[in-house]
Design a protein around this ligand. Structure first.
Ligand SMILES: C[S@@+](CC[C@H](N)C(=O)[O-])C[C@H]1O[C@@H](n2cnc3c(N)ncnc32)[C@H](O)[C@@H]1O
Length: 306
């Protein structure tokens, strides 16, 4: 591990994803995945609407989405922080006809990583996809990341970013809800400071609020064999109500939110009737239904570079 906290965090992310490089696709996107990759169809539709041909997948993993989005009309490129993921992507590229040099190692927050691949003829990429990366980006790195995406796509080009939905915590009633209530809504530190001034003690009330939720849920995802697990690395959620104006402010127009992975009940009830739960979830997959703000665990934000 490195002394620089940013480098140490990157090491953690690489450690987590190195351990998943060969299993990631089957676990999350393949036929045996717990939930079908409904977001890939949403991304495909957005790419088709934009008539995107040259597409860069930022944080491409083991070419997981690229193997599903690939067709003869598209030229796909991708880079990823984790070398083992890039190695896997190259193997997939060989099988799907994507040249090896279209994959490279890079960091989404580093502008140089975007120009380390082959030169794209014309004005640059028609579209950029960035899925599964934003959770691993610290708040202060979000602006540089989005600026890199904006500066790399051609003017009039499309950028699609995937995020974990922070507002889902208002439905999940678990430790994510506790954190959102105490840190983002109530802002317990500010409340405590005000109470101190007025001589009140809010600690009992705050403890009572905390205990309203099933704080042991969901189980923490830890790693094994010296690899860090998903909940041991930076794995942030994002508030769509804040992300949309932020994205627009960085020079994107026609910004849309598309919610996915809907839940008919809080996820802690899924084990009670898993098949029905999955069936009802799939029936709810309407990406622009307002219930997505609360009942979908993830969303895509997309926009056109001005
Ligand atoms: C959840 S996986 C998603 C893979 C693929 N994009 C997909 O959606 O199937 C996240 C990927 O992002 C990569 N990653 C994390 N932080 C990154 C960064 N700062 N720059 C580039 N890639 C990053 C990880 O190495 C991992 O392969």
């Amino acid at each position: 591990m490195k002394d620089d906290p940013k480098l140490a965090k990157r090491d953690g992310i690489r450690s987590c994803y190195t351990s998943w490089s060969q299993s990631y696709f089957d676990t999350y996107l393949g036929d045996a995945a717990d939930y079908p990759p409904v977001h890939v169809a949403l991304i495909d539709k957005l790419l088709k609407q934009a008539e995107a041909r040259a597409i860069l997948d930022v944080g491409c993993g083991p070419a997981s989405m690229m193997r599903m989005l690939h067709n003869v009309e598209r030229d796909l490129f991708g880079f990823d922080l984790t070398p083992a993921m890039v190695d896997e992507a190259k193997i997939v590229g060989r099988e799907t006809g994507i040249p090896e040099e279209n994959f490279w190692v890079g960091d989404a927050t580093d502008p140089n990583s975007y120009t380390s691949g082959p030169v794209i003829p014309g004005n640059g990429y028609d579209a950029l996809i960035c899925s599964g990366v934003l959770p691993h980006i610290d708040d202060e790195e979000t602006t540089p990341l989005f600026q890199n995406l904006r500066n790399t796509v051609k003017p009039g080009g499309l950028v699609i970013v995937e995020a974990r939905n922070q507002l889902f915590s208002l439905f999940s009633l678990n430790r994510y809800s506790r954190d959102f209530f105490l840190n983002d809504l109530i802002r317990a530190d500010e409340l405590k400071a005000s109470a101190e001034k007025s001589g009140d003690d809010p600690s009992k009330v705050l403890t009572a609020v905390e205990q309203l939720f099933k704080n042991e849920q969901p189980p923490l995802r830890t790693g094994d064999n010296n690899a860090l697990g998903y909940d041991e690395i930076t794995s942030n959620t994002h508030n769509p109500l804040l992300l949309k104006p932020f994205f627009e402010g960085l020079g994107f127009r026609e910004v849309f939110l598309d919610f996915y992975h809907f839940h008919p009940l809080p996820p802690m009830f899924e084990p009670e009737f898993p098949d029905l739960f999955r069936q009802l979830s799939l029936q709810m997959e309407h990406s622009r239904d307002w219930r997505g703000y609360f009942m979908a665990s993830a969303f895509l934000i997309s926009g056109i570079r001005e």
